[in-house]
Design a protein. Structure first.
Length: 585
């Protein structure tokens, strides 16, 4: 079918070109031939007239009209050319085919006027005498540089038309023969061209069906042979690329199936693009691809996380619950494809263990608190006895009991913060007032160590939403650590505006923190120098409490430290919806 279509297209195109050329020849050739033939006849008539003039002049000068008439008739009989002798006033003196008395005046004839001016006149017009179209050529008869008369020769235009009809017939016959020959040649050429094209089309169809071993070998036109060679090279390369792509796809599918975590990829239209077997098992769906992701997995936390990642084009995390399982979801944008990938880690068992651990810590802390309080009470009672020996032992017991009580209280507070059991009294708070009041509690402690405690509060601070007691606890832990681990210099509590919120900075000139320990200082019970911490009464829980309080207030805590030069702890808290407050004087 392709071959026939292509063959007929070639035939029709060639026939169209040939018909156009034939029509052009039929339209252009006859006028050109006619014009050329008229020029040749006019030239012959002019020459004939000029050969007659030497015979006319003597007769014309002597007024021998009968002789002139006989002469031109004789010449007409010999040459079959009509001759007319016209006086300068337009009167016909003699005509080879009619009597002179029958002629009208020829003054208005265009060829006559041209001849009177000494030129050769030429015209084609209807003859009133012979009642037919004639070709006229008029030549002046000049004697002694004076126009004596005009000799005019003429031929019937019918002869020209007859000749043109004969030529047109021959031309049509020749063009018809050429057209038939060209049509046969066109059919042969079209057939030779359509057959290799058909082979190429069929080969392309086989390649499109996946048969990459298809080859095309052509003979004839070098261009088509080159095209066939290029096609064979292309199919070989496509075969290699396809095999490579198949291997890569197999490896990709193998990797996806081996990933134990659930994988979900969505496009810019929120539709599922890719999932793995673990994710499909997680949601209990066979083929979620193409669906909106909230139809596949319903979780408000995941919806919010996806929205934030797409808006900020930054990675994000969240925790979701699906079918009584808890998953930690890590989301990553893919800017090149405008897609977002999410990886789901099953943390159900870890969450259970953490809950068990928190409950254990909370229960143990509660159980420790009562006996520790009793022990401390008996130690204080023993201190009142006067005959007690080794009172220094009592002091050691009391100091360690106080440390155990502090650890127990900190553990209870952390347990409440992590389990969200503490009911926060969230109200708009002036961070400047809280910071100034809290700093006053540590003026004596700083003075005893010879340190300068400075409070720097920027005016017109925005209000923050928070629990006043928890915020005070956060500052207490930061200031206590700063003074505890600073021997000389100063401790600065600075409150300032930052990015529409409030930044709390505690700066000291203390011993600093080694760089390797910075990532872990907010872990529970993690201390940089354990011997010094025990000596100073540290519990290793203060910074963990600070981080938990900051997180519960939707803030972040950061630390910068140089060993031997001091540390800077920064807590960034978001502002309340509206309002500003200044610190009290």
């Amino acid at each position: 079918m392709i071959r026939k279509r292509f063959f007929f297209k070639l035939i029709l195109s060639y026939m169209g070109v040939m018909l156009f050329l034939v029509l052009c020849l039929m339209l252009v050739a006859p006028p050109v031939i006619r014009s050329h033939y008229e020029d040749v006849l006019a030239t012959n008539l002019e020459r004939f007239c000029r050969t007659v003039i030497p015979q006319i002049v003597p007769l014309l000068s002597s007024g021998q009209e009968a002789e002139m008439k006989a002469l031109i008739v004789k010449l007409d009989q010999e040459t079959h050319m009509r001759l007319t002798l016209i006086a300068v006033d337009g009167t016909v003196l003699a005509d080879s085919r009619k009597e002179t008395g029958r002629f009208e005046n020829h003054w208005d004839r265009p060829e006559f006027h041209d001849a009177l001016q000494g030129k050769t006149g030429r015209a084609v017009h209807f003859s009133q005498t012979l009642k037919e179209q004639m070709l006229y050529v008029a030549v002046p008869v000049i004697d002694k540089e004076k126009v004596m008369a005009v000799i005019r020769a003429s031929l019937s235009a019918v002869e020209i038309d007859n000749l043109l009809w004969k030529l047109s017939g021959h031309l049509i016959l020749i063009l018809g023969i050429c057209f038939v020959v060209a049509l046969l040649l066109t059919g042969w050429v079209s057939r030779s061209q359509s057959k290799p094209v058909e082979q190429l089309v069929e080969a392309a169809r086989q390649v499109s069906r996946g048969s990459f071993d298809t080859k095309v070998f052509l003979i004839g036109s070098s261009e088509l042979r080159e095209l066939a060679a290029a096609f064979n090279t292309m199919t070989e390369k496509v075969k290699q690329l396809f095999e490579q792509q198949s291997r890569q796809q197999e490896e990709f599918n193998l990797i996806l199936s081996s990933i134990q975590e659930g994988l979900l990829v969505i496009d810019q239209d929120h539709r599922v693009v890719l999932t793995n077997q673990s994710f499909r098992m997680m949601i209990g769906a066979f083929a979620p691809e193409g669906k909106l992701y909230w139809e596949v997995i319903r979780s408000p936390g995941l919806l919010e996380a996806f929205a934030q990642v797409r808006e900020k084009q930054e990675s994000g995390t969240c925790e979701i619950s699906v079918a009584e399982r808890i998953y930690f979801c890590s989301l990553t944008p893919i800017p090149q494809k405008r897609e977002t990938a999410a990886l789901f880690f099953d943390i159900t068992e870890r969450k259970k263990i953490e809950d068990i651990k928190r409950d254990l810590v909370s229960n143990i802390s509660h159980e420790f608190r009562t006996p520790l309080t009793s022990i401390k009470g008996f130690l204080e009672a023993l201190e009142t006895e006067e005959d007690i020996q080794h009172k220094d032992y009592l002091e050691i017991l009391k100091r360690n009991t106080d440390r155990l009580i502090a650890i127990t209280d900190d553990l209870l507070l952390i347990s409440q913060l992590e389990q969200h059991r503490s009911v926060l009294q969230i109200e708009p708070q002036a961070m400047g007032d809280i910071s100034r009041n809290t700093a006053r509690l540590f003026q004596t402690m700083a003075s005893v160590k010879g340190l300068r405690l400075t409070v720097d509060i920027e005016p017109d601070l925005p209000l923050i939403n928070g629990d006043r007691y928890m915020l005070e606890q956060m500052l207490v832990n930061l200031l206590q650590n700063a003074i505890r681990y600073t021997e000389t210099g100063e401790v600065v509590l600075r409150i300032r505006k930052q990015n529409g919120g409030v930044a709390v900075e505690v700066i000291d000139t203390g011993i600093g923190i080694p760089e390797k320990d910075l990532p872990r200082i907010f872990e529970r019970f993690y201390v940089v120098d354990r011997s010094r911490s025990r000596q100073l009464g540290g519990t290793g829980l203060g910074l963990s409490i600070v981080r938990n309080i900051a997180v519960q207030h939707k803030g972040k805590v950061e630390v910068r430290s140089v060993l031997g030069k001091g540390s800077t702890f920064t807590i960034r808290l978001p502002a309340a919806v509206s309002g500003t407050a200044s610190a009290l004087p």
